[in-house]
Design a protein around this ligand. Structure first.
Ligand code: MOS
Length: 734
């Protein structure tokens, strides 16, 4: 199905099942421990062995020798596969770093060997016996040190690295009120609950892999390339995933090591990356330095807005696209954005939840708060005044829908924004209390997506697509979509995901998964409805699917009967036309936060959070809310604690575990509310839905920073906002 004109009325609009708070259909499997995650492996016929990885102890250089004799002789060891024995190794299409193979070291904890043994403990003990000699080279590990050497990247995530409209410099110089500040965001780790893990088993030249992946087809293609085998020889499955956040978008080395270990031993081999490897072996969100300049009239209308961002990556990598939202969020005739990329020899930087916008808004939305203060304006008023209904860089392109103003005004009313006081003027005992706001913005991307649906003689509908559910609720919204399309209850729909034998879906990424994968299922269901109608001699345009029955004119037939003993199937792919050329599709929101800051220690406690989101049709308010509160929690971590600390002498992330890399826990998040504006966007898809999972993170950290400023009068522009950055400016105990 080609989607190239805005959607009109279709069966989804009935909203009998879609849009309802259906509980997760996979919830019971998960809470009873029956959902099988990658490392668990419950194939009765497989005799599992365990692979433990060895990581490089240097960040850059070459391996000159490896001695594996002690490891090989250790108890229980079946095989040791080293990077030297594995050949040069190809880079996958989607990877910047070489995952395995050859003597070159590109980054710390790059995998250089896997030890396979009868037990996990034996493999781990033997891995410690591998002796490695290195020729170490000088590397570059500090973004601040190499900022001046950063260059304009060739590619910036498919976008132009620079944009310019009007006369930014002139307008900025002439503006009545100006702001010019630098902001920084640190390297961040996905810190998903389930570490990367794979099981591999060979049968002749055919490889079966159970793994934890957001993108089945990308992984399969890259694994085939890395192993130098035909993609068709790989069967890859990832039915349940314990979080990804972008860290499982691209093939990781656990799958490669499991496949090589299995080849070497003839056994089914399990490999999980030990927690420290998640930080230094896999990808992370790159640190940024951002300069924001805004000029405004004395009445608050923006006349000039400029955003520059510096980040680093391994050679061949790309920039963190932190300026993207600034091209679209606020009005202003004179504009510029620029991204600059430096070479760093740290582990590979890559996508983490809302890449670009998440760190970009951490900066821009503090800047807007600062500008409001300079103007003597309420920060909500400033944002409303500078709203735009068209792409400000290309004013002939309207937004398909944009209700940022609605999010801000409803949020202000619900949150009690009128209770906000001037900075450092509200105190309860030893706590300084403050409120902050920020806009949320994230683009809505469209990726093609296929599915297959089968109706059987018992009236059961089975959906198959290689879509993944990374905790987001894909199983449930796909079941809702298929049920709505065929007029069946949700419990008559069986959803099978995460298997390379199923049609290729959009996968889980860029908050496009929900809208795109359900649209693929919609397209397949249209095909199935046509097959049912054709078999019964109905006109498919006036056939009504309802209550397990299909009706046309005065005839009505049970779907089970229509399917017959052989059943009926439909398969299709949603593909996107050029609607995005003429119209800009984005999602919007507003975050409100109240904090209390201890006036002696600078300890910040979040008291209340509210998100208001405008993101097209909400397919399931339970799973959507769950995405947003999770994202708000992640934003709290980004504001207050999360930072991969770089050892700039040795070139690695020091705090590479969940003790040192601090993510929020329940006690950090006392109260969260989420409101969705009632929207449908006919330009987004037949589902009229957009993404929500990344929008929920965009702006949260800035709202917290702004609340801290309102509480204390201390403006911090460098994340995370830890006690040491506040304590010198606090009023202290009077
Ligand atoms: Mo997302 S960072 O595209 O998983």
């Amino acid at each position: 199905m080609q989607f190239d004109t805005p959607a009109t009325t279709n069966p989804i609009d009935q909203l009998k099942i879609v849009g309802r708070p259906v509980r997760r259909i996979d919830g019971e499997l998960k809470v009873t421990g029956r959902a099988t995650y990658a490392y668990e492996g419950r194939e009765p016929n497989l005799h599992y062995a365990y692979g433990y990885p060895v990581g490089s102890a240097i960040a850059k250089g070459r391996i000159t020798a490896m001695d594996v004799t002690a490891a090989q002789d250790a108890p229980g060891v079946l095989a040791v596969v080293t990077t030297l024995s594995a050949g040069e190794g190809e880079k996958g299409e989607y990877n910047t770093a070489r995952l395995f193979g050859g003597d070159r070291i590109q980054h710390y904890h790059q995998a250089i060997a896997v030890v396979v043994a009868e037990t996990f403990e034996q493999a781990r003990a033997a891995a410690a016996l591998v002796k490695v000699d290195y020729a170490r080279e000088e590397g570059s590990y500090s973004l601040h040190d190499v900022r001046q050497a950063a260059v304009k990247p060739e590619d910036a995530g498919g976008s132009e690295p620079d944009t310019a409209v009007g006369d930014f410099e002139g307008a900025f110089r002439a503006a009545a009120v100006t702001l010019d500040e630098d902001y920084t965001t640190p390297d961040q780790s996905h810190a998903m609950m389930e570490p990367h893990a794979s099981i591999a088993a060979w049968s002749g030249d055919e490889l079966t892999v159970w793994t934890s992946s957001q993108m089945i087809d990308w992984w399969r293609s890259d694994l085939a390339k890395t192993l130098g085998i035909d993609k068709e020889k790989i069967h890859l499955m990832s039915p349940f995933i314990g979080g990804g956040f972008g860290g499982k978008l691209f093939l990781r080395v656990d799958a490669v090591l499991a496949a090589l270990g299995a080849k070497a031993t003839g056994r089914a081999v399990k490999v999980t990356l030990p927690r420290p490897f998640v930080a230094n072996n896999t990808t992370h969100r790159p640190a940024t330095i951002q300069r924001i300049r805004i000029g405004a009239d004395s009445d608050g209308a923006i006349t000039a807005i400029g955003h520059e961002s510096w980040s680093g990556d391994l050679p061949g990598g790309g920039p963190e696209t932190a300026v993207m939202q600034t091209r679209l969020l606020y009005a202003g005739t004179n504009r510029m954005t620029a991204m600059r990329l430096a070479t760093l020899d740290l582990p590979e930087g890559n996508a983490m939840r809302a890449p670009g916008e998440a760190p970009g808004l951490m900066a821009l939305e503090i800047a807007m708060d600062e500008l409001a203060e300079k103007l003597g304006m309420d920060p909500i008023q400033l944002r409303i005044l500078n709203d735009t209904q068209v792409d400000p860089e290309n004013p002939e392109r309207p937004f398909t829908q944009r209700d940022l103003v609605g999010c801000l005004t409803l949020g202000a009313q619900q949150f009690g924004w009128d209770q906000r006081r001037p900075p450092a003027s509200r105190r309860e005992g030893n706590w300084l209390i403050g409120m902050g706001v920020a806009a949320a913005f994230r683009n809505n991307m469209l990726i093609s997506s296929s599915a297959r649906v089968r109706l059987d003689h018992a009236g059961m509908l089975t959906v198959e697509t290689d879509m993944t559910d990374i905790g987001t609720g894909s199983y449930t919204i796909i079941a809702q979509t298929a049920a709505e399309m065929l007029g069946l209850p949700v419990d008559k729909v069986s959803v099978k995901l995460g298997d390379s034998r199923f049609p290729v879906s959009a996968g889980s990424g860029g908050q496009f998964g929900a809208n795109c994968s359900t649209s693929g299922v919609y397209a397949a269901c249209v095909k199935l409805r046509e097959a049912v109608a054709a078999k019964l001699g109905f006109n498919s345009d006036d056939a009504v699917f309802e209550g397990g029955v299909v009706c046309s004119g005065n005839r009505s037939i049970a779907l089970a009967e229509a399917a017959g003993p052989e059943g009926l199937a439909g398969e299709d792919k949603i593909e996107w036309g050029d609607l995005s050329d003429s119209h800009q599709q984005s999602t919007f929101g507003a975050h409100f936060v109240e904090v209390a800051v201890d006036l002696a220690t600078g300890e910040t406690r979040i008291r209340r959070m509210l998100a208001v989101c405008a993101a097209g049709r909400i397919l399931n308010p339970l799973t959507a809310r769950s995405q947003v509160i999770g994202a708000m929690t992640m934003g709290a971590g980004g504001a207050l604690s999360e930072e991969l600390v770089v050892d700039t002498a040795r070139g690695y992330f020091v705090n590479h575990d969940l003790a040192g890399y601090e993510v929020p826990v329940h006690a950090d998040i006392p109260h969260q509310d989420v409101l969705f504006l009632d929207e449908t966007d006919p330009y987004s898809s037949p589902m009229k839905a957009k993404g929500i999972g990344e929008l929920g993170l965009c702006g949260v950290s800035a709202a917290i920073a702004n609340a801290i400023y309102n509480a204390t009068g201390v403006r911090v522009r460098h994340y995370p906002i830890t006690l040491d950055k506040l304590i010198g400016g606090l009023p202290g105990l009077a």
